[in-house]
Design a protein around this ligand. Structure first.
Ligand code: SAM
Ligand code: SF4
Length: 458
């Protein structure tokens, strides 16, 4: 039996896909690169913005055509879209056999065995599993919690992933130990809001701790002691990115100095309409704490351009926040209306032209500031986790502890290496194996680089 799995969206979906593939392998499936050769096609979906949903729809159209010629083909829709009425409608329209939202992910094998259209209840206990460690992988994901208790007015995630559920620390540590034994050198702890780990409810000021659960700061220290050389985490909600988390990062050498702290907007008026629970001033105070204890940390963020009702003045506040924080990297999106969210129900979407124009100005600023930030690394030694060949011939590529993409002139084996930064672009550091060598070759590689895209999405 042959399966083909397509994954859209976030790292959590990648983690789920890996777990599902392990389950399928356990019942005799092998994996193929094309749906044309598969008996089972699973589509692990993202519903956060309209674009990934459109992509799923296009793929389902192709799969329906394929199924009309091969009646035995089984199609499964998984992930966030499968949990929503929009996904259920799509599933029916395109003849999907199995619908499995994130709250029933561990039901994959019984679902395939029954093979009929079915919808599973969202159950807290069906969300966690310990997938076997990936063989030969240097990096791995590790889910520490699921769901979200916040109610950002634009966001579909609380509807698709349900309320926050933290995974027992013992299971997390066991999985981290297994990853280390399998040779993993970088682990990313995943959750919608990792700082809510172990809390009864991470929103507002309700910070009561679940019995027998450590805080996220304590968990970071515990994972740090496992001995994996690099520990990362994503994503932090600013409201509970507390001092003790910053201190735990500072005290735990294996925790990478890379802080992803999504802000969404620099305007207090917009933040309030988004129900983000913090102000610009509160956010800047969190950044100040990071700069104080972790002066070399890279800081990245998420922005939404063109949220309903955002005025030119509000947007200028976003640009001014960007200049004030001097982000190293940013993920920038135009606002995408999502069915049934409070923003879709109560606010009017603005013309796409305005949203895209604001996004372009934000990207322009981000390129300029990222370049200035990256130029500061020239001449310094950085640690790079080499993953394999770069697009440029004769170069290898990886990423630093600060999550910069690094292109290295030399034939380094996959793994961790210390190199020297010789040149920089807005989204890459060009590095040499020795401090003095190969500068002209690196300059040539930098100029010929075709991959100068920033991380942004319309
Ligand atoms: N939990 C994280 C937080 O609150 O910071 C973010 C998780 S969310 C899945 C990832 C990013 O998608 C958000 O930070 C936001 O920038 C973006 N996003 C979510 N809903 C969106 C929407 N309706 N339109 C545009 N971008 C959106
Ligand atoms: Fe969505 Fe807000 Fe929850 Fe993040 S915190 S997942 S943006 S509702």
């Amino acid at each position: 039996m042959r399966a083909h799995v397509v994954t859209f969206g976030c790292q959590m979906n990648e983690y789920d896909t890996h777990a599902i593939q392990s389950e399928l392998a356990g019942i005799g499936y092998s994996f193929v690169d094309s749906f044309k050769e598969a008996d089972l096609v699973l589509v692990n979906t993202c519903a956060v913005r309209g674009k990934p949903v459109e992509k799923v729809q296009t793929l389902l159209g192709e799969l329906r055509k394929e199924k009309s010629q091969r009646k035995h083909l089984t199609i499964g829709l998984m992930g966030c879209l499968a949990q929503l009425p929009e996904g259920q409608r799509m599933g029916r329209r395109f003849g999907v056999d199995i619908m499995l939202g994130p709250g029933a992910i561990t039901e994959i094998v019984p679902a395939i065995e029954r093979g009929k259209f079915q919808s599973f209840e969202f159950k807290r206990e069906l969300q966690f599993y310990s997938p076997p460690s990936p063989t030969g992988a240097l990096s791995a994901h590790l889910t520490i919690m699921r769901g979200c208790n916040h109610r950002c007015t634009y966001c579909i995630v609380p509807a698709t992933r349900g309320p926050e559920v933290s995974r027992p620390a013992e299971d997390i540590i066991n999985e981290a130990v297994a990853l280390k034994e399998a040779g993993v050198v970088e682990v990313s702890l995943l959750g919608q809001n990792v700082n809510s780990y172990g809390l009864v409810d991470g929103t507002g000021s309700r910070r009561a701790r679940l019995p027998r659960f450590p805080s996220f700061a304590e968990l970071l220290r515990m994972v740090g002691r496992v001995g994996i050389p690099r520990v990362r985490f994503i994503t932090s909600h600013p409201i509970n990115f507390d001092d003790d988390v910053v201190e735990a990062i500072a005290d735990t050498p294996s925790v990478c100095r890379f802080i992803h702290l999504p802000v969404q907007s620099g305007s207090n008026r917009t933040l309030k309409r988004m129900a983000r629970e913090y102000t610009r001033e509160f956010y800047l105070e969190r950044v100040r704490k990071v700069r104080e204890l972790l002066p070399d940390a890279t800081i990245s963020t998420d922005f939404i351009a063109g949220f309903p009702g955002e005025t030119e003045e509000d947007f200028e506040q976003t640009l001014s926040l960007y200049r004030e924080v001097r982000y190293d990297m940013a993920y920038m999106f135009v606002y995408s209306e999502r069915e049934s969210t409070p923003a879709a129900k109560h606010f009017e979407d603005m013309p796409r032209g305005v949203k895209v124009e604001r996004l372009s100005r934000l990207i322009e600023l981000s390129r300029q500031i990222s370049l200035e930030q990256n130029l500061k690394w020239i001449g310094r030694e950085v640690e790079v986790l080499i993953k394999g060949p770069a697009e440029e011939e004769g170069f290898v590529q990886g990423h630093t502890r600060g999550n910069h993409v690094a292109v290295v002139n030399g034939d380094l084996a996959p793994g961790i290496h210390d190199v020297y930064v010789a040149h920089a672009t807005p989204n890459r550091l060009y590095c040499a194996i020795r401090a003095t060598a190969q500068s002209s070759e690196l300059k040539r590689a930098q100029l010929s680089s075709t991959a100068c895209e920033m991380s942004f999405t319309v």
